[in-house]
Design a protein around this ligand. Structure first.
Ligand SMILES: [Fe+2]
Length: 384
């Protein structure tokens, strides 16, 4: 039996960490493409700060502020064209999961010809990417330390997971100060994405000692800090705890993979444009309840990490406490609690389940063997 732990990313963590970028720029190139969202992140002070720091080092920066949620192949190609026209030789992704994922695929496309849609799946990018730096402004996706990028495209306009060790950034800068301006709802939904990463990576069939230790630490951090970060965005300790949890959960899932919550959430995002974090938040307790019988002891450990008292309880009851802990946390957050509230019609559950079922990578990492009707059952439970 051989296990693998992937982690080829250098991480700078801490308040003001963005200023450290100057110490890592040598050898990257002369001209950066900065990829950001088209909304408020495009006007963050960090954008001008990055430009000034690069200019001080004798480097140039071209800003591509066009990434919308769930970026598509066409947007990626516009970024590639701009980078080529301007002579950019490295890429910086600043923002939430969408800009960072787009930056990853732009960096890959700059060194690879061909169709991005042909890269769906694992290990399909032929050659190494241009150097890439990722700087998250939310605490949730973990994209800054993972080898996955989710891009919308293909004939059915579905969310494609592109997975490759050429998608790892060279450097991730996790600066909690960049998350201070997140409103409560975004703090909650991205935080629930981080919790879902931590839980799914903990119970994954590919989890082992180092990933479990990291996933459990992320769970503890989220249960200590998420509610606080939502209630008071100026709580710097809570923001720091969530920033740390987010990248640690990403560090775990890049090795152990994710499960049914993510398979279903991607289908909800593709069909109804539901934000990834909100979809995860609704689905997580229901998928946990489905999975419990397959590994009650693992869920007992999770319940303990969530701060529940489980000593002396029989395994099934102790495992149930993990679901109760997640439901308790959700009750304190400003998020919709069921699929009805997310605007998902009951008539769509079968097709959503069928699409999620095609995700064999996530289905095989999930601890419980899953049939198509199981996915339909989970969605029915989640309807409300
Ligand atoms: Fe996620």
């Amino acid at each position: 039996m051989v296990d693998l732990f992937r982690f080829p990313v250098q991480v700078v963590f801490g308040e003001g960490g963005i200023r450290e970028i100057r110490n890592f720029l040598r050898g990257f190139g002369k001209h950066a493409l900065l990829v950001t969202g088209s909304g408020p992140t495009s006007r963050l002070p960090a954008v001008e700060q990055l430009r000034e720091m690069l200019v001080r080092e004798g480097l140039a920066l071209t800003h591509f502020p066009e990434i919308r949620p769930d970026p598509d192949v066409e947007t990626v190609e516009r970024g590639v064209a701009l980078a080529k026209a301007e002579g950019c030789d490295f890429v910086i992704g600043l923002g939430g999961g969408s800009p960072m994922d787009a930056a990853k695929v732009i960096a890959a496309r700059l060194n690879n010809e061909g169709e991005v849609t042909a890269w769906e799946g694992v290990g399909r990018i032929p050659r190494r990417s241009k150097p890439l730096i990722c700087i998250p402004t939310t605490s949730g996706t973990g994209s800054e330390v993972s080898w996955v990028a989710v891009i919308t495209g293909g004939k059915r306009r579905q969310k494609m997971s592109i997975v490759s060790h050429f998608l790892y950034p060279v450097l991730a800068i996790v600066d909690p100060q960049l998350t201070y301006s997140m409103p409560p709802e975004l703090t909650a939904s991205t935080g629930m994405d981080a919790l879902t990463h931590a839980v799914e990576s903990y119970v994954s069939r590919k989890a082992w000692e180092p990933t479990r230790a990291i996933s459990a630490a992320a769970v503890r951090l989220i249960f200590s800090h998420l509610e606080r970060a939502c209630q008071d965005g100026t709580d710097t300790e809570a923001r720091r705890g969530m920033a740390l949890a987010s990248f640690m959960a990403g560090m775990a899932f890049t090795t152990s993979g994710l499960g049914l919550v993510h398979a279903l959430a991607h289908a909800l995002g593709s069909h109804f444009g539901i934000s990834h974090g909100r979809a995860n938040a609704v689905l997580l307790p229901h998928v946990m309840r489905f999975n419990l019988p397959s590994c009650p002891e693992t869920y007992r450990e999770l319940a303990a990490a969530m701060g529940m008292r489980v000593e002396g309880l029989p395994a099934p009851r102790a495992a149930e406490k993990a679901v109760e802990a997640v439901e308790g946390l959700l009750a304190s957050l400003p998020l919709p609690r069921n699929l009805d509230r997310l605007g998902v019609p009951g008539s769509s559950l079968e097709s959503l389940a069928a699409e999620a079922f095609l995700n064999t990578r996530m289905r095989s990492a999930n601890p419980r063997e899953t049939m198509l009707e199981d996915l339909v059952g989970i969605l029915k439970e989640a309807r409300g």
